[in-house]
Design a protein around this ligand. Structure first.
Ligand code: COA
Length: 320
């Protein structure tokens, strides 16, 4: 076994502005107590007026590059997982490539909403294993707040903005043992933003719509199933997992997934209380936060999981 991709760097970025539960109490009929008990969220970061999603992606990428002494000219592909690009086109990956000033390397956006980072990890790993790239910058960056109606209490309490970055490089040692991806387009009605630009006009509702209960049930079922499946596929056991890094949407979904794996919560990375659900940024933000705090150490076995609109879901088992 000599053909792996390994995480050589991580980085992250959170916008300065914090929206607390108390702030939301002034906007909609909700309470700090309801939000914490139903979701575990205490606060979320909100992108600045003069800031763009690609700015957040750039800041996370620069953090990964500089805090890990990466030679940026070694990066030979960029994938940005996002559903909130600055523009209809070009992609945020192209904007990022231009700002980083790294040549004519391929760069593209990938949209699997909240599972986008897991889709990007699996995609990058496949490019590396087939020798089409050696060092790939992956950024999950979303300004979910751009699509939130702050009069809708069903959604406005749950989401936040941010960006997380990972650099994957070819390695003779593990690395990514394997990834698994799924989608079920039947989830469309429960979770969507249907608004779009047509002939210069917004057509359809341009805000996040969510029917929470079916999304909650689908998330718990899919994430529990995929965790067992990826362990089996890569010949690992749940006892070997050092850290579960799940999508940060709701503490109750996270606890149910951990419970299914019989993992104590002290082996689970939780940032949902401080970040809310940051869509494609959620898993890389949690990963980088746990690495920077010293929780995750080199050699640890990590199970990363994502679930999002589509529905889409994915997992990766990684030796850090
Ligand atoms: N404050 C107070 N009350 C609220 C509220 C809020 N912010 N949002 C909804 N409610 C109300 C509803 O109107 C509903 O009232 P009703 O019973 O009078 O109709 C009630 O709370 C629903 O409460 P409950 O049944 O306890 O909600 P829940 O356990 O389903 O939790 C969610 C709601 C949204 C937190 C939960 O369903 C969830 O997390 N879903 C998945 C979210 C997710 O992961 N989305 C992203 C996937 S990427």
């Amino acid at each position: 076994m000599t053909n792996f991709s390994k995480i050589i760097a991580t980085g992250s970025y959170l916008p300065e502005k914090i929206l607390s539960n108390q702030d939301l109490e002034k906007l909609v009929d909700t309470s700090d107590e309801w939000i914490i008990s139903r979701s575990g969220i205490k606060q979320r970061h909100i992108i600045g007026e003069n800031e763009s999603p690609s700015d957040m992606a750039y800041n996370a990428a620069i953090d990964a590059i500089t805090s890990n002494n990466i030679d940026k000219s070694s990066i030979d592909m960029i994938i940005v997982a996002t559903f909130t690009s600055d523009a209809v086109f070009p992609s945020n990956a192209c904007l990022l490539q231009q700002r980083l000033g790294i040549g004519s390397i391929p760069a593209f956006d990938l949209n699997a909403v909240c599972s986008g980072f897991l889709y990007a990890i699996a995609t990058a790993d496949a490019y590396i294993k087939t020798n089409m790239a050696k060092t790939i910058l992956i950024v999950g960056a979303d300004a979910v707040s751009h699509y939130i109606d702050y009069t809708d209490r069903n959604t406005c309490v749950l989401f936040g903005d941010g960006a997380g970055a990972v650099i994957l490089q070819h390695s003779n040692e593990p690395g990514i043992y394997g990834s698994e991806l799924h989608a079920d387009g039947n989830g469309e009605e429960a979770l969507h933003v249907k608004g779009q630009l047509k002939q210069g006009k917004i057509v359809g509702h341009p805000f996040v719509y969510m029917d929470g209960k079916p999304v909650f049930k689908a998330a718990v079922k899919s994430l529990s199933h995929i965790a067992t499946s990826i362990l089996k596929k890569t010949n690992h056991t749940k006892e070997q997992i050092d850290w579960l890094i799940p999508h940060q949407a709701n503490i109750r979904i996270i606890e149910a997934t951990a419970n299914h794996l019989s993992l104590p919560m002290d082996k689970v990375i939780v940032t949902v209380d401080k970040h809310g659900n940051t869509a494609a940024a959620s898993v890389p933000l949690a990963l980088d936060t746990a690495i920077k705090s010293g929780k995750i150490k080199r050699g640890d076995l990590l199970l990363l999981e994502g679930f999002g609109a589509g529905f889409t879901w994915g997992a990766s088992l990684i030796r850090y």
